[in-house]
Design a protein around this ligand. Structure first.
Ligand SMILES: Cc1ncc(COP(=O)(O)O)c(C=O)c1O
Length: 455
């Protein structure tokens, strides 16, 4: 229908605006546009895939009147499925990992969804792995249909049919580079395929990936930008990539560290007036890297999958940023935690370490953090801390047991750039070691007494 009038919320999905970046691109000759997918009626790029998957299931007779939509999702797909299900009279059940933001969970519940929260960071074979829980529920609930965005061909097809043609039309065929974060891969694959075809192969497709993600060659350890990248738990026997992602379509993958994504996404809000989510920070960081080497004839289009409103308690919260060591010192004149760190040695214990070996590693220490077992180099990520070990608990443990069976609660985490006074206040009356975080990773351990003694 014309004049922006629609028969249903689903019909209003798509045709999102392209907005040119003007200040972040200072010194860059190429034009960089951001496609504001967060202006879709259900709030994200996932509106497109959710609608396409539901329509395909209806057409195939897999989803019938009175049926239940089931999905495993970090949030946005669930939100879009929930809203479309509500409008069409279906029930919705969504399984989310516990690292999803509180805002996303609240949104799901607002649409009347039955939300199941399952622990994140489980290997693929584990019964609590998000997708296994969703598939089990779908098998148990009569009339249930499992959307399965990771492997559902309707997901990339939605972008091939809508996102790609929109960008081509909006740029009047001038687009030369397309940049998108890769989660299920649906956006980059479908849009990329269309743009390559229509341009006779001229458009370059760039995937934006968290530095630790397996897609770009990282070891799969955790990171802090939600909904993109491919995590790999070290206990995973066979890693499988989603069928929605066809890596061959990507000409270049930019690996973006979390701190860069966070800096860019905050600059987008403060310098462009665009409040977008963390994965937009990753995509724009990649777009700016690419655009730096281009000419004024080039047109780069990056995707902004969702809004920063989903992450006000994370990426836009100074306390969150500071605690994880992502923020620069807020009050540069005051001494910060990093000033107290005297050794570059990071002492952590891997979860598979035997209790006997852990006793040796503990030595004189009163506690040490235990993290997901990773054999490669690189700093352990705060998000992979499972708990801590203490001599008292270990003394009673059989020597062959893994320490993961004898965990105490995690040690407090303070940020390297927090003022010493703020960090001391954060840990309260905790005694013994605390974890110092820099850019989301464990950079040191510090004794609480050292922190308090200097306040
Ligand atoms: C915020 C956000 N960014 C990026 C993506 C990645 O998109 P895709 O799954 O199409 O690769 C998603 C997907 O859920 C998302 O929710």
């Amino acid at each position: 229908m014309s004049d922006n009038v629609f028969d249903s919320v689903a019909a209003a999905i798509g045709n999102t605006p392209l907005v040119r970046l003007n200040r972040l691109t200072e010194g860059i000759a190429a034009t960089v546009y951001l496609k504001l997918e967060y202006l879709n009626p259900l709030g994200s790029v996932k509106d497109r895939a959710a609608l396409a998957m539901i329509e395909a299931a209806e057409a195939a007779g897999e989803l019938r009147p009175g049926g239940t939509v089931v999905e495993a999702t970090s949030g946005n797909t669930g939100i879009a499925l929930a809203a479309i299900a509500a409008a069409r009279g279906y029930r919705a059940v969504v399984v989310v990992p516990d690292k999803s933001s509180a805002e996303k969970l609240a949104l799901l519940r607002a649409y009347g969804v039955e939300v199941h929260v399952t622990p994140g960071g489980r290997p693929r074979e584990h019964p609590e792995f998000v997708r296994n829980v969703a598939q089990r529920l779908a098998a148990e609930i009569p009339g249930a249909w499992y959307a399965g965005q990771y492997d559902n061909p309707a997901n990339p097809a939605a972008h091939r049919r809508t996102t790609g043609p929109e960008i081509w039309r909006q740029t009047r065929g001038r687009v030369t580079h397309f940049v998108a974060g890769v989660g299920t891969g649906g956006t980059v694959t479908g849009t990329g395929e269309y743009l390559k075809e229509v341009s006779g192969g001229a458009v370059r497709v760039i995937g934006a990936d968290p530095e630790a993600s397996v897609y770009g060659g990282g070891d799969g350890r955790a990171w802090y930008i939600e909904s993109i990248g491919h995590y790999l738990h070290p206990d995973t026997a066979a890693d499988e990539w989603p069928l929605s992602y066809r890596p061959a379509i990507v000409d270049r993958l930019e690996r973006v560290p979390d701190h860069e994504s966070l800096t860019v996404v905050r600059r987008l809000a403060r310098e462009e007036g665009l409040l977008a989510g963390g994965s937009t920070g990753t995509a724009v960081a990649a777009a700016l890297r690419v655009a730096r080497d281009l000419s004024e004839d080039d047109v780069v289009v990056a995707i902004a999958p969702d809004s920063g409103r989903n992450y006000l308690s994370k990426y836009f919260d100074d306390d969150w940023l500071t605690r994880l060591g992502f923020a620069p010192a807020l009050t540069p004149a005051e001494p910060v935690v990093a000033d107290l760190v005297t050794t570059a040695e990071v002492r952590v214990i891997g979860s598979a370490t035997s209790a006997a070996r852990a006793r040796e590693l503990l030595g004189e220490a009163t506690a040490l953090p235990v993290t997901v077992q990773r054999n490669g180099s690189g700093s352990p990520v705060v998000a992979e801390i499972l708990g801590s070990v203490t001599p008292a608990r270990l003394a009673a443990a059989p020597g062959d047991d893994p320490v993961s069976a004898h965990l105490d609660p995690p040690l407090p985490v303070i940020g390297a750039t927090e003022t010493i006074a703020a960090a001391a206040a954060r840990i309260g009356d905790h005694r013994g070691p605390v974890v110092v975080a820099h850019d989301g990773s464990i950079s040191a351990l510090l004794d609480a007494a050292a922190l308090k003694g200097t306040v």
